[in-house]
Write a protein that binds this ligand. Structure first.
Ligand SMILES: [Zn+2]
Ligand SMILES: [Zn+2]
Length: 292
């Protein structure tokens, strides 16, 4: 019986030293970057912004023997992210390495952004950050699939023609004939147009011009004028979902209220961590301090 007690005490002591360690490592990274933290503290997810303010998430699974054994990580990026881990490594080192990895990918995303903004990309909203291929609608049921090279994004991309349009074959031949014209010093889109010998169609304008500024929870644009709301009284929406295919606007007050009513919401200090009511992507919002 005594042994059982001892084991229990040891397990508790270990757990609390583990939890102390995890908390202090989160502290070093900054709680504002934490998106999710499981009850046993073994699963964490952080939000990381790259230099161009693109939002990325890193999911981290800690092992029993952490930090002796490296955490397992899951990220949505092209090119494998290889973590260098030593016994003294901490979560902040992991985040630092991830940030460095993101910076190496900037050239890839700059080209993809260029494509996404100017060309008629199929299923644009469903593409993940890791996807370096784009299916582009050339009109008349002709499509070209371009896959850029992760190691050399400005070089001639892999390409495949698809569709049943009557001009498909001639487009393919033109591309092959012109492929020597690819010039890495020229903008990517100019190269694509050069090889196809054609102007590429712009994406049809799906976006409606009047922006959604009403809150996704209370459906009003402005909060009521109310002393209890303090500085937020009468204010417009001040929080937008980071998921670009959602981008729903909220009053942070409404979002915090809503998160408080959800049982899976976690709280660390004055920040609530939960999921967007529209797209379920992680959201983090500060609890409104009405006196501020
Ligand atoms: Zn609202
Ligand atoms: Zn959302």
């Amino acid at each position: 019986m005594e042994r059982v007690e001892q084991n229990r005490h040891r397990a508790l002591a270990n757990f609390s030293s583990f939890s102390r360690a995890v908390y202090s490592e989160i502290e070093e990274v900054g709680w504002e970057h934490l998106v999710r933290l499981s009850e046993d503290l073994k699963f964490l997810s952080f939000r990381v912004l790259d230099k161009k303010k693109r939002v990325h998430y890193i999911e981290i699974q800690l092992d029993k023997s952490y930090p002796k054994s490296p955490p397992s990580i899951s990220v949505d990026v092209p090119c494998i992210f290889r973590l260098k881990w030593s016994r003294d490594s901490r979560l902040k080192d992991l985040l630092q390495q991830f940030q460095e990895h993101l910076e190496k990918l900037q050239e890839i995303w700059t080209i993809l952004d260029e494509i996404d903004k100017s060309l008629w990309v199929v299923d644009l909203n469903r593409l993940s950050c890791a996807n370096i291929c784009r299916q582009i609608n050339l009109g008349n049921d002709c499509f070209i699939m371009l896959c850029i090279h992760a190691n050399d994004p400005k070089s001639l991309p892999e390409c495949r023609f698809m569709g049943s349009g009557p001009t498909l074959n001639s487009l393919r031949k033109t591309w092959q004939r012109n492929s020597k014209r690819w010039n890495k010093d020229k903008p990517f889109l100019e190269n694509v147009a050069n090889l196809l010998d054609a102007e590429l169609p712009r994406p049809p304008d799906y976006q409606n011009s009047d922006q959604q500024v009403e809150c996704g929870i209370c459906y009003a644009q402005f909060l009521p004028v109310d002393d209890e709301l303090g500085a937020k009284s009468g204010c417009g929406t001040d929080y937008t979902c980071d998921n670009t295919s959602c981008s729903r606007a909220f009053h942070s007050v409404c979002l915090a209220d809503w998160l408080c009513s959800i049982t899976t919401t976690r709280q660390s200090f004055d920040v609530l961590f939960g999921n967007c009511p529209y797209c379920s992507e992680p959201v983090a919002v500060k609890i409104n301090n009405t006196k501020s």
